[in-house]
Structures are given as C-alpha cells and as structure tokens.
Design a protein around this ligand. Structure first.
Ligand code: AMP
Length: 198
C-alpha cells in the first residue's frame, strides 16, 4: 500500500498516519519529522532547513526530494509507505511520479483531509499545549503567527495538488472535521476500495 496524505497543517495527517502504521505495518514518511531530525542532528541539510522551517516557509524541493528518494529505498519501505507532508509542491509531485516509475511501482491513492481553516489554529495551539504538558519539546512553528505563514504556503503551493491528483483519478477526500476514529474509518474504506480496484 502506497499512499499520500494531503491536507493543511493541523489537519490530522500525522495522527492518522500513525494509526495506518499500526494497522498496515508500513512506515510513515514524514518529511517534517525527517527535517526536524536533521536540524536536531546538525547536519548540512538541517542547517539549511532550520531558518526556513522556523519561518513557516517550505524547504527547497531539491532537499526534500533527495531525502524522500533515499528513504523509499530502505528495506522497510518495500511493502509500501505513507507519505505525510510530502509532496507539498507540484515539482515534488512530479518528482514522486518519477521516483515511483523508475522503481516500477505505483501509488494506490491520495487521501485529502478536508478541514475548516478556522479550527486549525486551535488545533495547533492545543498540539503545543499537549506537548508542553507531556514534557515534550514544543515545535517552534506551532504558534499562531508562524501558523498563518504555513497556511499561506499551503494554499499557494500545496493546495494545487488536489487538482493534480484529481485529474489523475487518484484523489479521495475525507472529512477531517469528524472524530479521529471516524476519520480513520473513512480512510480505511478508501484504502479498501483502492486495493479492490488494483
Ligand atoms: P510538517 O511537520 O509536515 O508540518 O513540516 C514542518 C515544516 O517542515 C514545514 O513547515 C516546512 O518548513 C518543512 N517541510 C516539511 N515537509 C516539506 C516538504 N514536503 N516540502 C518543503 N518543506 C517541507
């Protein structure tokens, strides 16, 4: 199973991806997590990405494409993977096409979590509060000011991907405002249909 989770920041992609990992035993490839790990480790990529991420802007296509291309060749991706937060631009979407076709594999489906923007800032603030309460580090970009920029980047650069995948017949939309369990159930139904249609 190879799928993409699409949706604005705070839509619940990470939460749903974790559930899919448990149920299907395939890894979650979150470029955000990978970039934060690179920042933490102080690698060259991390150094280049840090300021951009802190500002809520997008890291360059070349950097993220290279990270993902390397990651999908790892043995744990052989049975499939969940792309979470990638692709985020049309250039990245084209890169996914090439990466997959070069490897002779395809994409099963693209699931878009459709949410009400007004609820998103509240979710981000809650995520920061929850992390603080659990004694975990709070993401620097999980605050209302940076969030606005992340949302702008989403509409400018990522939202066009819904048209891109719709035109390919790959796009499925799910109501991201429903309860976490209901969203999971809807995604599972989409995946079951995609497998059946193979
Ligand atoms: P996320 O954890 O998915 O919200 O990503 C956090 C930040 O990492 C984003 O605001 C971007 O700065 C950067 N980032 C993550 N994924 C990508 C991507 N596919 N393309 C460009 N930048 C990304």
């Amino acid at each position: 199973m190879r799928l993409i989770l699409l949706g604005p920041p705070g839509a619940g992609k990470g939460t749903q991806a974790q559930r899919l990992v448990e149920k299907h035993g395939i890894p979650q490839l979150s470029t955000g997590d990978m970039l934060r790990a690179a920042v933490q480790a102080g690698t060259e990529v991390g150094k280049r990405a840090k300021a951009v991420m802190d500002a809520g802007e997008l890291v360059s296509d070349a950097i993220v494409n290279a990270i993902v291309a390397e990651r999908i060749d790892q043995p744990d991706c052989a049975g499939g993977f969940i792309l979470d937060g990638y692709p985020r631009t049309l250039v990245q979407a084209d890169a996914v096409e090439s990466m997959l076709s070069e490897r002779g594999i395809g994409l099963d489906t693209v699931v878009e979590l459709v949410v009400d923007d007004r609820a998103l800032v509240g979710r981000i603030v809650k995520r920061a509060d929850d992390a603080k309460a659990a004694g975990q580090p709070v993401r620097k970009d999980d605050n209302p000011a940076v969030f606005e920029e992340r949302l702008r980047e989403y509409y400018k650069k990522t939202a066009p991907l819904t048209g891109y995948y719709y035109a390919k017949g790959k796009l499925k939309t799910v109501d991201g405002m429903a309860s976490i369990d209901a969203v999971t159930a809807e995604i599972e139904a989409v995946l079951a249909a995609a497998v059946k249609a193979r």
